[in-house]
Write a protein that binds this ligand. Sequence first.
Ligand code: FES
Ligand code: FES
Length: 156
Amino acid sequence: MKINLTINGKSCEADVEPRLLLVHLLRDVEGLTGTHIGCETSICGACTVHLNGAAVKSCTVLAVQADGAAITTIEGLAQNGELHAVQEGFWECHGLQCGYCTPGMIMASCALLKDNPSPTESEIRHGLEGNLCRCTGYQNIVSSVQYAAEKLKTQA
Ligand code: FES
Ligand code: FES
């Protein structure tokens, strides 16, 4: 099936099998390997991207379901060479160790802060509970999101 979508601001056309998952389109067809695959069963959140601005787990979306949509991946977050506030937060607050979960954590955090620019610690923990990290114990991730929330307020 032919599909047309926008990925990180660029128009893309692809000829895909109906069973192809969005995460495989991104990684294997478009070469955007920043989106990771952890479980392929909707548990870990490593594959989180934005579909029309909402965070989705791209292992649970078919590529054909993204026909006509705008997708943003971790590669599309930085603008003009400047890290997004959430990326900066993960850098400054040591929100990552192995980094495997990090692209998904960051994409989920961006969507969380879009919906709730001033989340409490428990709202951050609740908002990220669909994303698993096996390294950090989460405290630094929470601090990273809090850093980003403050930074985004100064940018507004
Ligand atoms: S790979 Fe998609 S949720 Fe784990
Ligand atoms: S930093 Fe390693 S899984 Fe999260």
